[in-house]
Design a binder for this molecule. Structure first.
Ligand code: UD1
Length: 429
């Protein structure tokens, strides 16, 4: 079941039930996968906890096994022990092409064995998602890059520190360059880096392994290369996108939900926007209570952290179909993230797109329909739309949701949602 490409299951959702109760969340997908990749740099054992029960994790484990890391993964316990053996520089194409996060092996491989060959990665279909920033950064550190048929090869006879300014604070490029720089010779200063909480998590774990990194959480990372990194145990940070998804589900359904194992400070802007939309949010030390109110239109612009996350934009869009007035949503990170709007319109949503701006007019009573999960976040948003719609909604291609949400159906059902997972064949006609 936890194979990201195997399942043809659907979600059947019958809307109208306000979500109520408490949900306890997992470690962050976008942290766990990178923490796992960092094991390539470890001389010893990396022991991770709070690893989420999502489909991308075992695929990442396969990618790492193919590279020579021994991986002991227990998805029920949420633990993963990784111990590199003899590391190969050529990553197995079949597993790599299944998740984009396998690209995060590039930096650590170049760091550790000074060479890497990787299939150009797969993952969500949300835009062009180039890797030019990753490659240019590695070139500045002394590597040569050759693009082969569907693969990229990076060779660094000598890997030295570099002074770099990224064109854009790319999450993936920041992580790869960071993981190469921590074991390069000399100092690197990387400016205009991404500052997402998951990157901070990775930086702090690398420091626990012996890396020398200054400026964590700031736009500039200062890194002094060290020869080797050692063993550590690390707890994956909470998943702010998962938390934001449940918060929006609670607000959109007129519910009242407590979300546990969340860092409210990672969600500053989403919480500002929820409150501006009329939602009552109480912040605890590691919890949130989200209580629906009379929803009003808000304007939102997606930007790299601490801006509003693009990964919460489709879910917010669903919420805004229920808000009074016209909301304006601007997408700045992934050009095709509005593909989801076509799905939402089929339920009756009144959304107008002009380039990377969307105008959402509400409130509209959505009507159940058959939707396709286009990517992990759009799939979660499609289920949310089903929770507020009248009648039955069917969400197809839910293997995308499996990639990023642990126990999604069970958690929503425990909050009172009328949702089930069913085989595709169970659909009439
Ligand atoms: C990561 C997250 C994803 C999130 C995104 C932005 C993981 C596994 N995925 O993706 O959930 O939506 O950050 O917060 O952590 N770009 C280039 N050239 C590059 C690198 C990026 O043009 O070399 C562009 C991409 O096409 C995209 C934008 O920059 O339009 C953002 O990409 P990036 O920040 O790198 O996101 P990912 O690391 O792919």
């Amino acid at each position: 079941m936890l194979d990201p490409t195997a399942s043809t299951d659907v979600f059947r959702v019958r809307g109208g039930e306000p979500l109520r109760g408490t949900v306890r969340l997992s470690g962050a997908k976008n942290s766990a996968l990178k923490l796992m990749a960092a094991s390539l740099l470890c001389d010893g054992e990396l022991s991770l906890s709070c690893v989420p029960r999502i489909a991308d994790v075992p695929v990442m484990a396969d990618v790492l096994r193919g590279l020579g890391v021994s991986v002991d993964l227990d998805l029920h316990a949420g633990t993963c022990r990784l111990r590199p053996g003899k590391i190969s520089w050529h990553a197995p194409a079949d597993a790599v092409s299944r998740i984009r996060a396998s690209l995060s092996c590039l930096g650590p491989l170049v760091g550790r064995v000074r060479r890497a060959r990787l299939a150009l990665p797969g993952g969500d279909r949300i835009g062009a998602r180039g890797i030019d920033l990753h490659l240019r950064g590695l070139q500045a550190m002394g590597a040569t890059v050759t693009e082969l048929d569907g693969e990229v090869e990076v060779f660094a006879g000598e890997l030295h520190g570099a002074y770099l300014t990224l064109d854009f604070p790319s999450v993936g490029a920041t992580e790869n360059l960071l993981m190469a720089a921590v074991v390069a010779e000399g100092e690197s200063i990387i400016d205009n880096v991404a500052r997402e909480p998951e990157i901070q998590d990775l930086c702090r774990m690398l420091v626990a392994m012996g890396a020398k990194i200054g400026g964590i959480g700031s736009p500039t990372l200062e890194i002094e290369g060290v020869e080797r990194l050692g063993s550590t145990s690390w707890e994956t940070c909470p998943d702010r996108i998962e938390a934001g998804t449940y918060a929006m589900a609670a607000a959109a359904t007129g519910g009242d939900v407590v979300i546990e194992r969340v860092r409210p400070s990672d969600l500053t802007l989403p919480l500002i926007k929820l409150r501006a939309a009329g939602v009552a949010v109480e912040e605890g030390a590691d919890s949130l209570r989200v209580k629906a109110g009379d929803l009003e239109a808000v304007d939102v612009v997606t930007l790299p952290y601490p801006g509003f996350p693009t990964d919460l934009q489709p879910q917010l869009m669903v919420l805004l179909t229920q808000a009074l007035g016209t909301s304006r949503c601007t997408e700045n990170v992934f050009e095709s993230r509005f593909s989801f709007v076509t799905e939402l319109r089929r339920m009756g949503a009144d959304i107008e797109i002009d380039g990377h701006h969307a105008l959402i007019r509400g409130p509209v009573r959505l009507a159940g329909a058959t939707l396709t999960a286009l990517d992990v976040r759009a799939g979660a948003a499609a289920a949310l739309a089903g929770l507020v719609a009248s009648g039955e909604t069917v969400v197809r291609d839910v293997h995308h949701v499996d990639r990023g949400y642990a126990d999604f159906v069970q958690r929503l059902a425990s909050l009172g949602a009328d949702i089930e997972r069913a085989p595709l064949e169970s659909l009439d006609g």
